[in-house]
Design a protein around this ligand. Structure first.
Ligand code: SAM
Length: 149
């Protein structure tokens, strides 16, 4: 992230204290003022419309759904996914970007997606499921980059 955004304030949030400890351990002193890591399960405490870009990379997924023989998702709940991405989307400023990759659900199936325009696609490497849990047909690429109106 820092290589791509040399001057940005960057905040990383993860539910895992172990992973946050690894991130903090890797943080260079020179980065400390503009890079933060936080243990957390949601971004509900963040102010609205403050971030230029919010990325959720390989978070909304389950390894056992990676088996292409799975036709029904009984492991992840769409409503929880929708609540989480709605919280994330709230923190994106108008004109900013939301990135969703390697998810087992589609951002475009959520109500909050109406506030965004899809502006980028990427190779789809994870099986996708609809709101009811039914497996969607395989697709070569997926919507991945969303611009907030
Ligand atoms: C497959 S890793 C991906 C990590 C990183 N985003 C990347 O692309 O390398 C998934 C991460 O999501 C975190 N995670 C899972 N559920 C979460 C939640 N509800 N809130 C915050 N982080 C969560 C896990 O602890 C894990 O670090």
């Amino acid at each position: 992230m820092r290589a791509h955004f040399p001057n940005a304030f960057i905040k990383g949030v993860d539910i895992s204290p172990e992973r946050i400890a690894i991130c903090r351990g890797r943080l260079l002193d020179a980065e400390a003022g503009r890079t933060q890591f936080e243990i957390g399960v949601s971004v509900r405490g963040e102010d609205a419309a403050v971030y230029d870009a919010v990325l959720a990379m390989a978070v909304f997924r389950h390894g056992q759904l990676g088996d292409y023989a799975v036709t029904e998702n009984r492991l992840l709940d769409f409503d929880r996914f929708e609540r989480a991405v709605t919280d994330l989307a709230r923190t994106v400023r108008p004109g900013g970007y939301f990135v969703l990759r390697h998810s087992n659900f589609r951002f475009t199936d959520t109500a909050v997606a109406a506030e965004f325009e899809t502006v980028g696609y990427a190779q789809c490497v994870s099986p996708l499921f609809d709101r009811s849990g039914a497996r969607l047909p395989d697709q070569a690429r997926e919507a991945a980059l969303f611009h907030k109106r």
